[in-house]
Design a protein around this ligand. Sequence first.
Ligand code: AMP
Ligand code: ZN
Length: 113
Amino acid sequence: MNCIFCKIVNGDIPSKRVYENDKVIVINDIHPACKVHLLIISKDHIESANHLTEDNADIVKDMFMAAKEAAKLSGVSESGYRLINNCGSDGGQTINHLHIHLLGGEKLGERLL
Ligand code: AMP
Ligand code: ZN
């Protein structure tokens, strides 16, 4: 499968992992939108939030817990951060493998767009 995030998970594309457990990896976004911009990526290939089912949705808990740990490791736990999931074309999803953006390290705008 020609999926960039599967290649990163497999190690075919090398990456520095900010955090990892058996379900999730966390890496730095290659084009950071702010001072701290992490990607929380499921190890399993799930295309998007639209592809969550009763059988695979436990990953959502794993991803939020990994985000919390990565926030701590990146020093933004106390200052705060924003978690965003883009889904589909209008949502701005460009990589069709489930991931959450963690944005922080500076004061973010109050508006979402
Ligand atoms: P989205 O638009 O929500 O699908 O987010 C995809 C994100 O992946 C974008 O913010 C990209 O900058 C980021 N990205 C693309 N390729 C890489 C890569 N090789 N390593 C890290 N981040 C990447
Ligand atoms: Zn994938």
